[in-house]
Design a protein around this ligand. Structure first.
Ligand code: TNX
Length: 510
């Protein structure tokens, strides 16, 4: 590795960097430990990025960092020697087997005057680490320090790793459809805050949004409308793979959901043989829930589900498949249990681990299945009794489609109004679910009332930023008064990314 200036050049005087305090920079989610050393690293045109050789993925992490620095401050930072002329300072992304880094996603960030070193055991950890570094890059350069522009990065040491390995967001693309571009934008914003799971609610009464080659009418007919009667839409398999690929590059797992046996009207309109509610299914563009069901006693239904789970699983590298299972109000209890038991076997056969909304804890599923708790504490208890893992998504705290207050136009309020402080002031550990059973948390965004990315952003931001901290940061390190100052400092990031965030009056926005 060569990173010294050309030998013939006279030695340059060291730039006198300003005093800084790493501890006062607004990082979200808040890291485990931050130790300031009160000097600064001069990020400038003489900075280069190097990454560990022979460590899978580290070079891509370096390139990602360079791309984001370019987007943010329009500075080109060469990676691994390409176009590197004069290099005076380096950012080194280093694969390390240190025992301190053995937690998945752990990283260390050492910022010195002449070097920044990111240590991580895995490229995933390094990727989380560079998100922290991105947040440390000032928005404006200091033009008084040298001839060239310098963006001083406060020096010190950060050690960090997440409280929960599952830090999720959910997007309902069924009630209203969102394009691949919209989903990518959401992924980018989520990744910046270290969210690592994106659950896509791909099917519901109003629309079927994922192409299944063996059952083409699902999207042809079932994908043709949405809430309010708009044109709907769907992802081709190529579109879905592109979303998966894009997420993977950001160390984010896509979790596909096919909601059943309820919430299946769109599938039953396409293939009436699936229907079990005794009525002739028609396309539905309203907002009611709980009226549809598959016929749980028909072999064809399970042959159908086998095809759907197989085709989607083949395109999904992540370990999970979400089968919904919520609000099956017109499915008889015994039929529901029979159904969930059978679907679990199908999901396992295709190599995936089943997730379902908390109602699935009523079936005879095994401890490998995961319950997503949203409403019933009784169901959560049943899941724990079966020694299942639980994803914590309480509707009155974590639902992004709940209005901020009575004045919010978008959203619903059946579970609560959720202002920005209330969204932040709770803990996944508060609900009596033992810590060892908590897989993590997820913030679902149901889309009955939102029709485009700008409305999506209005409900998701800024609350989603707080959920990232609830999942990453241990409760002892969280405090609303401290958080709200750090949140205010997110405005420049949100604005330069054209995010239509809700400018809550609780926050003194910068
Ligand atoms: C309940 S939460 C639902 C969804 C709705 C949502 C609206 C859950 C598992 N089911 O079908 O979209 O409320 O907030």
């Amino acid at each position: 590795m060569v990173f010294l200036a050309c030998q013939n050049e006279p030695e340059k005087p060291r730039i006198q960097m300003p005093e800084t305090d790493l501890a006062t920079v607004s990082l979200i989610p808040k890291p485990v430990k931050v130790i300031p050393t009160n000097s600064a690293f001069a990020l400038d045109q003489f900075t280069a990025i190097y990454t560990s050789k022979n460590a899978t993925g580290f070079d891509k992490v370096g390139e990602f960092l360079a791309e984001k620095i370019k987007e943010h401050i329009d500075l080109v930072v060469p990676v691994n020697g390409e176009n590197a002329n004069t290099v005076e300072r380096i950012i080194y992304i280093n694969q390390s087997d240190s025992l301190e880094l053995n937690a998945p996603e752990a990283y260390q960030l050492y910022i010195n005057q002449d070097s920044i070193i990111i240590n991580a055991n895995t490229a995933e950890g390094a990727f989380r680490g560079i998100q922290t570094l991105r947040q440390l890059v000032p928005n404006v350069s200091n033009d008084t320090l040298a001839v060239q522009k310098i963006w001083p990065i406060p020096s010190g040491k950060i050690t960090d790793n997440p409280n929960f390995g599952y830090r999720g967001a959910m997007l309902d693309v069924a009630r209203h459809f969102f394009s691949v571009e919209d989903v990518k934008k959401y992924i980018d914003l989520l990744a910046y805050y270290k969210i690592n799971m994106l659950h896509l609610h791909l099917t519901d009464d109003q629309g079927w949004r994922i192409e299944i080659k063996s059952w083409p009418k699902l999207t042809e007919i079932g994908g043709s409308t949405e809430v309010g009667g708009g044109p709907g839409g769907f992802y081709t398999q190529e579109d879905y793979k592109e979303i998966v690929r894009y997420a993977q590059e950001r160390y984010m797992t896509i979790i596909p959901e096919v909601d059943m046996p309820g919430h299946t009207n769109s599938a039953s309109v396409a293939y009436p043989i699936l229907n079990g509610n005794g009525k002739t299914p028609k396309l539905y563009t309203g907002m009611q829930v709980g009226f549809s069901t598959f016929d749980t006693r028909k072999d064809t239904v399970y042959a159908f589900i086998d095809d759907v789970v197989r085709e989607i699983s083949e395109m999904t590298p992540g370990p999970y498949f979400h089968m919904g299972g919520d609000e099956s109000h017109v499915t008889k209890k015994n039929d529901y249990i029979h159904f969930v038991n059978k679907v679990e076997k199908i999901v396992q056969k295709h190599g995936k681990r089943m997730i379902g909304w908390d109602e699935v804890a009523n079936a005879d599923i095994d401890s490998n299945a995961i319950a997503q708790w949203w409403a019933s504490e009784e169901n959560a208890k049943k899941a724990v009794a079966k020694n299942m893992k639980v994803i914590v998504s309480p509707a009155n705290k974590a639902y992004l489609d709940m209005k901020y207050d009575t004045l919010t136009d978008l959203g619903l309020h059946w579970a609560a109004y959720i202002p920005v402080d209330s969204a932040y002031q709770w803990s996944p550990e508060d609900y009596g679910i033992p810590k060892e059973n908590i897989l993590g948390t997820e913030a679902p965004l149901w889309s009955e009332t939102i029709t485009n990315i700008s409305e999506l952003e209005y409900l998701a931001f800024p609350r989603m930023i707080g959920y990232s901290e609830l999942a990453w940061t241990v409760p002892e390190n969280r405090d609303w008064e401290d958080y709200k100052v750090r949140l205010a400092d997110q405005a420049p990031f949100l604005e330069r990314n054209n995010v239509n965030y809700y400018p809550s009056k609780l926050i003194d926005w910068k």
